[in-house]
Design a protein around this ligand. Structure first.
Ligand SMILES: NC(=O)c1ccc[n+]([C@@H]2O[C@H](COP(=O)([O-])OP(=O)(O)OC[C@H]3O[C@@H](n4cnc5c(N)ncnc54)[C@H](O)[C@@H]3O)[C@@H](O)[C@H]2O)c1
Length: 442
């Protein structure tokens, strides 16, 4: 392993397998996008690992390399994709079905997309009420199903000649679950609960368990509890695997965590924030079920409380009203429309309003996040950074943290945290933005 001045980071040699749970809108947009970039057909806009730079040293030093040239990331030519889904459609058919990317683009990379065929999923309608698929594994109990996933991972690695793997959950949002200490409290309790088919063990947890048992990193792009339970945190620490989640930060919540820090920075008060969405893809259909929506709602609601800190600023933020709605509206497909009405107050309490209408594309916003997460998780693994990766909070609506910490939701704090972590890894000075050194000789 090459010695760096920071952490000891293993080389990114050989192939990196990215295993995606779910081959729906987000996953096919990532896979097709990476292939389109590899063939020079499009640019990886929105991806920090592909287009981002990082300032090193003083502002006068003029050192701002690309992140991909600063830290030893896997190259996109070295990526192999694999996936599981409850439907048999290959990546080409699934991408057409998702309707995110134009047929013209998909046809140019059809040969490649056709080669990605999903493995049989571990699935139960008890956890996602609005879906019913047939491409599903059977087993005597949940432990056996997890073992079947482990076999899939091992076969994939051998068949594709991968040196390393990471797993990202980009499957449908499961129903709301809270930590159940009897099943989630320790690795032993979790394994016993799997053998008893305990209903506290959701399919997503079996994928996470399988990944961690194989010593590979797991990132959770949906708001389900999944890897955010004591048993799987312990397993991640024991197996040396990085974990992170939950729920990709795209669309409306991304805008919220951009705008709210700005309002707070200027000490503008908040009376209320009303957010509504219309969304017509399969994700919207799943979220139309109240139990899956509850999982999403919890994830979307928490960001403002943490950013605005009403307990610290009672005059500005106490008892503000925060409402979030998602409406399933099929004609809109993946092109979600978000509406926000924000009631703010200024000097002497005078009211003002802000209206935001974001006509976004959900999977176009999510795809670069999946690529970045996979590459950064692989980097973390090679740097020996196991367990919760708080520095990747930048990508999530409900960032995982140590149990005693509140999460950082402010996008700008999250970006500083991410970049400082990269500097720390490479033994570069952290940037505090103090800047006194420029005036020392005045
Ligand atoms: N697109 C975004 O901006 C965004 C943002 C945050 C979170 N997410 C979350 O990412 C996930 C994926 O979103 P999407 O738009 O691609 O949804 P999608 O419905 O298009 O795709 C999800 C896929 O997962 C499959 N699936 C469901 N359960 C499975 C299981 N147990 N094993 C394997 N496959 C399974 C479904 O069959 C479907 O093909 C959702 O949970 C969504 O809430 C998306």
């Amino acid at each position: 392993m090459p010695e760096s001045r920071g952490l000891n980071i293993g080389e990114a040699k050989g192939k990196l397998g990215i295993l995606l749970v779910g081959l729906g809108a987000v996953s096919t947009t990532v896979i097709a996008g990476v292939e389109a970039v590899r063939r020079g057909l499009a640019k990886p806009i929105g991806s920090l690992t592909q287009m981002g730079t990082i300032r090193l040293g003083k502002r006068t030093d003029g050192r701002s390399p690309k992140i991909s040239e600063f830290v030893p990331l896997a190259g996109i030519d070295d990526i192999e994709f694999g996936a599981w889904d409850i439907f048999e459609e290959d990546a080409y058919e699934a991408a057409l079905h998702a309707g995110v990317l134009e047929k013209e683009l998909l046809n140019q990379i059809k040969d490649y997309l056709r080669t990605i065929k999903p493995m049989k999923a571990v699935f139960s309608q008890d956890y996602v009420k609005r879906l019913n698929g047939t491409h599903v594994k059977s087993g005597a109990n949940k432990f056996e199903l997890a073992e079947a996933l482990i076999a899939d991972i091992e076969n994939f690695k051998a068949e594709h000649g991968c040196d390393r793997l990471v797993m990202v959950w980009a499957a449908s949002t499961e129903i709301f679950k809270e930590i159940d200490e009897t099943a989630h409290g320790s690795i032993e309790a979790f394994e016993a609960a799997m053998k008893e088919n305990n209903e506290a063990i959701a399919p997503s947890m079996l994928y996470a368990y399988a990944a961690l048992k194989c010593g590979i990193g797991f990132a959770n792009g949906a708001p389900n509890l999944t890897v955010d339970i004591p048993a799987l945190r312990d397993l991640a620490a024991k197996s040396g695997s990085p974990i992170c989640g939950k729920d990709f930060k795209t669309g409306q919540t991304l805008m919220k965590t951009i705008l709210a820090p700005g309002l707070k920075a200027r000490l503008l008060g908040l009376e209320g924030w009303y957010s509504t969405n219309i969304l017509g893809n399969r994700d919207g259909e799943v979220l139309d079920d109240p139990e899956s929506f509850r999982t999403k709602e919890e994830s979307k609601l928490s960001v403002l409380e943490h950013i605005l800190q009403p307990e610290v600023y009672p005059d500005l933020y106490q008892d503000f009203s925060h409402v979030v709605r998602i409406n399933y509206y099929p004609p809109r497909g993946d092109n979600k429309e978000g509406w926000d009405n924000i009631d703010i107050t200024g000097w002497l309490g005078y009211p003002m309003q802000l209206k935001l209408n974001f006509l976004c594309r959900d999977s176009i916003l999510a795809a670069p996040l999946v690529l970045d997460l996979a590459l950064f998780m692989d980097l973390a693994q090679r740097a020996g950074m196991k367990g919760v990766q708080e520095w990747l909070s930048f990508y999530f609506k409900s960032p995982m943290t140590a149990p005693e910490l509140y999460p950082e939701h402010d996008l700008f704090i999250q970006l500083v945290k991410l970049k400082n972590t990269l500097r720390h890894m490479m033994g570069e000075e952290l940037i505090t933005h103090l800047g006194r050194e420029y005036y020392d000789n005045e």
